[in-house]
Design a protein around this ligand. Structure first.
Ligand SMILES: CC(C)(COP(=O)(O)OP(=O)(O)OC[C@H]1O[C@@H](n2cnc3c(N)ncnc32)[C@H](O)[C@@H]1OP(=O)(O)O)[C@@H](O)C(=O)NCCC(=O)NCCS
Length: 215
C-alpha cells in the first residue's frame, strides 16, 4: 500500500502536461462555458491573492469535517502544515495544481476544490489526475455546489487531456463516499494517508471523464 502525505503535489510530475501562467488563464476562460451553474453561486479559478480568505475557509471546512473524529493535536498539525496562509499561497502559485472557489452573491467563499498532478497512484489509470480536495460550507451542503465544483474540475482536467479523475477518501467518511459514488466514482484501491501522526486508510476512487455528469 502506498503511504501518501497530505497535499503532496510534486512539481516533478512525469509528463510536462501542466501549463504556463498564460495558458492557465486561457484554460480558466475555457471553463467558463462548461462550468455548472447553481443559483447564486459563481465558480472561478483561485489566484495567489485569494490565499488568506481561502486558507481561512479551508481550515474551517477541514475542522468542521474531521475535528470530531480525530485527536486535536493531529488536526492542528495538519492545519498548520497544509492549510496555513503561507502554504496555501505557495500551492496557489504552483504550476501543477489548480484551485477553484465557489462564491455566493456577496463574494463569500462557500466551497473549494483542488486539482493536482500528484505522485503516481498505483491503483489508478495512467491518464488520471487527482481531485485532491473538495469542500463545501457545512451550511451550504446539498445545494449542488459540490457537483458544480466537480464539473468545473472535470472540465479543467479534460482540457489538459487527462481522461480520468481519482481521489482518496477516508474510509470513515461515508457521506463523501456516497457523494462520489452518486457522481460516478468507483473504488479502485486503498492507500494510507497521514493526518498529523495518525495513519488513516483511504479508499482510492476513480471516474472516467468521458461520461458527463447528468443534470
Ligand atoms: C462531499 C461534499 C463536497 C458534497 O458537496 P454538496 O454540495 O453537499 O453535494 P451536492 O449538493 O452537489 O450533492 C450531489 C449529490 O450527491 C448526493 N449527496 C451529497 N451528500 C450525500 C450524502 N451524505 N449522502 C448521500 N448522498 C449525498 C446529493 O443527494 C446529490 O444527489 P441528488 O442530486 O440526487 O440530490 C460536501 O458535502 C462536503 O463538503 N462534505 C464535507 C467535506 C468532505 O467530506 N469532503 C470530501 C473529502 S474526501
Amino acid at each position: 500500500m502506498t503511504l501518501r502525505f497530505a497535499s503532496y503535489c510534486p512539481s516533478a510530475f512525469t509528463q510536462p502536461t501542466w501549463r504556463s501562467d498564460t495558458e492557465r488563464r486561457i484554460d480558466s476562460d475555457a471553463t467558463e462555458t462548461t462550468r455548472a451553474f447553481v443559483i447564486g453561486i459563481q465558480i472561478r479559478g483561485a489566484a495567489v491573492s485569494d490565499a488568506k480568505v481561502l486558507a481561512a475557509f479551508a481550515e474551517r471546512a477541514f475542522r468542521d469535517t474531521y475535528a470530531v473524529y480525530n485527536d486535536p493535536a493531529n488536526i492542528d498539525a495538519h492545519v498548520s502544515q497544509f492549510l496555513s496562509v503561507s502554504r496555501i499561497k505557495a500551492d496557489l502559485a504552483r504550476n501543477d495544481s489548480d484551485f477553484f472557489v465557489a462564491e455566493d452573491s456577496t463574494g463569500k467563499i462557500v466551497g473549494y476544490a483542488k486539482l493536482c498532478a500528484s505522485q503516481p497512484e498505483p491503483s489508478v489509470s495512467s491518464g488520471s489526475i487527482e481531485l485532491e480536495r473538495i469542500y463545501v460550507d457545512r451550511n451550504q451542503k446539498g445545494r449542488g455546489i459540490g457537483t458544480a465544483l466537480l464539473k468545473t474540475v472535470m472540465a479543467m482536467a479534460a482540457s489538459k487531456a487527462f481522461d480520468a479523475l481519482w481521489l482518496g477518501v477516508w474510509q470513515k467518511n461515508p457521506d463523501a463516499i456516497r457523494f462520489y459514488e452518486k457522481l460516478g466514482f468507483r473504488i479502485v484501491g486503498t492507500h494510507a494517508f497521514l493526518v498529523g501522526k495518525d495513519e488513516q486508510l483511504d479508499w482510492v476512487m476513480e471516474r472516467a471523464l468521458g461520461e458527463a455528469i447528468q443534470d
